[in-house]
Every structure is written in C-alpha cells, then in structure tokens.
Design a protein around this ligand. Sequence first.
Ligand code: MN
Length: 452
Amino acid sequence: MKRIFRGGMIVTGSGLKEADLAVEDGKVLEIGSHLDSAGAEVEDVSGKYLFPGFIDAHTHMALEVSGTITADKFDTGTKAEIAGGTTCIIDFATQEKGETLAEALEHWHRKADGQSSCDYAFHLALGDWNEAVSQELEQVVREGISSFKLYMTYDNRVDDKTMYEVLHRLKELGGIAGVHCENHGIIGARLEEVLREKGNRKDVSDYPKTRPAEAEAEAIHRLLKIAKCVDTPVIVVHLSTAQGYREIQRARKEGQVVYVETCPQYLIMEESKYTLPDGKGRNYMIAPPLRTDEDRETLWQALSENQLQTIATDHCSFTEEQKRAGAEDFSRTPCGMPGAEERPAIIYHYGVGKQRLTLEQMCRYLSEGPAKQYRLYPQKGALLPGSDADIVVWNPQTEWMLLADRQQSAADYCPLEGTRLKGRAEKVYLRGELVAQDGVIQKEKTGIYIRH
Ligand code: MN
C-alpha cells in the first residue's frame, strides 16, 4: 500500500523542504510537490516536521554488569526507543573474557532477535585481545560489524599496547573504534581516598570527584596520541567535559580526524544531582559522571558549531532497587541511566526550542550523523528514494511531561521526572509501518538486524 505524507516540512541535515513524501513496500518512493494520490492512503502532516527515523548509536540493552543485568532488555528498551522516535539502535554486543567474537555475537543475537521493536545493529565491545581474536576480526568485519568499543577503565580496560594493536588491526580491516575515555588509575586512587578520609563510601556526593574531568581529558589525550601513532581516526564516546573537548580540538588542529559523541544527560543535568537526599543521587550515577555548568555550555557550543558528530543516549537502565546495591558503598552502584524515550524531545526542546541548534543540526546529530558514521546511510538516516521508510512525524506544538509511570522503560524512575517539554514524535514509522503514536506503542517486536 502506497502512503503519501502530504504537506509536511521534510528535515534533512542540510536544509528544510516543504514537500509530499510517498512510501511503498517499506521504502521511500519519491519526494515532490502534489504527488499523485491515486490508490494511496494520504496522511495530512501540514504543520509537522518529517525527520528520518532517529538512530541511537550507544545503547546497553540486557547488559550484564556490576553483578546484575540492566532493567531494560531489548523488549522494553526498544519500545522506549520507538516511543520517542528512534527507529534504529546500535547496541554494544560485549565479548566476555575467553569468548570468541562469534560467541559474543551469537550471545547478543539471542538477546535481541525477535525481541526488538526497532531495527538494530551491533558494535562489538572487545573484552579479550589475543592473536586468535585479531584473526577473527576479519570475519566479523566481513559479516557486517564495522565499529568496535574499547574501555580505558573497568575490568575489561585495555592497556596502551593493546589499544595500539587493536587500532592498528582495525585500520587494516577498515573498522573503527569508539572509546570510553577515563584514566583508571586516578579513579582507583580517588575511591581509596574517600574510604580513608571518611571510613566509608556512603556519601554519593563524593562520586564525581572520584572521576574528575582530568581523568577524562588525560585518557582522551592518550587515546589520541596512540591513534596518531597508528595514523587512524577514532571516536570519543560520551564526551562530558570541556577539558576533554580541548584535547580533541588540539588534536584536530594538528590534522587528526576525531569523531565525537555526547549524550543529553551531559547537556542538561549537572553534578548537583549527586547531593540529592535519600540515596536519590544514585539514580544519576553514570560514568563518566554528570559535570558542571561550564562543561554543559562548552558541549552546547561545540554542537552549535558542528564540532561533534552524534548525540546518543548511553541508555543503561536500572531500577531504584538495583541502584540500592550501592547504599553502603556508592562504588557498588550499577552505573547508568535510562534516556532512550526522551532523547529526541530533549534535543528538540532544549536545543531547537532554545535556539541552540537548528532543525538541520538536530537531524544530523540524531539521524544523519550516526547513519554516516556507522555506515547505515542512506538506508537509514535519510529520506531519499530507496531509503527505509523510517519516518518520524514531529509535532512541534505538543506539550507533554516526562513521567516514570508513563514511560516505556523498565526503569522505575525517570531522571527528569516532571519536566515539561514542547515537541514530540507524534507518529513513528518503521519501514513504513506505524509503530508508535504519542508515546503509545502501536506495533512491537518488528525490528530486524542491520549489518553495517
Ligand atoms: Mn556506554
């Protein structure tokens, strides 16, 4: 069945265009004025924006971490995504120590296949590095995974030699790495300091100083120097600090190619959340932590100057009960927050609505940018003839409120509970099928795996 979206404003990364858009068989058919509606279902979208379905390139669904598993598996987590307008995620399939890459991917397919309400691709988070894994990478890239994740902190962190070797191997294979940049040694020492000085680690307000901005900046600096030796581009994921950004600017000035992702939480929340009473601060424990107003302003400025490439969620959700694991020692709190459903509306409200970003920039950061970065373009991230008919009909007038009991996520709190937003994904189409309307799921578990 052909469907025509009539009279809307089509948003691309490089301009706005008032035009009709026709879709058929799950694909965009054509764009033009006064398209022939014979035999077509016509939907009046005047006064609305049409975005290519948003892409969330940083999610952790069904991740086993800190002795537990994220509250959102692929079922609820991807319902949260489509409710907000995101039609494709790239989740971090994670290799455990001793696993082959094939085993890791098979493990992630078991979690995702048949469960996902949006389309999904995988990055592979490397947790073990040896000659066999290096050899196996070739097969993995050939079969459709081109992006990899490395951690500079946590138990699965890589040392500098491994970082060099992995980047070198990825360069040979045409893959790219996204890196969690924090200095592991500083974090470890600061955690011990808190314990020595206070006798316990109950006070969540001590959390941010255990992961200072310098820890991020140092790791970014070191990563970029290693990448320079290898002579390859890298991605800094979830950039949170002005200091870290300055390292990136310096490297770029010397000619390095550095791609940068940030997340809504680093744009609109800051570290005072950790002083909330009754353990509520744990709900905001993420890594890297929330930062200062100056950091937030720097990130907004960088976005407005087109210096960052993507805005992703780092959706990694836990319930308050799960967060209570850190009641006696905040370092035992599983780190992460939900954010999948609200990301587009937050960027619209605080970015476009406050004149910090244009609609075109919103399209680039949420859709076109991640599609290009991760080789999904123009199947995803574009409304061009032949692109998947992943379409968000955006109503810029809708006013609504973020509330935990209305959200799709299995997390039982909403970090921005009670926040009023203007602008919402009114209708969300996945390959031509209506999957969500005003936050209500219309069709679930129709997502398919996408190679990239
Ligand atoms: Mn993450």
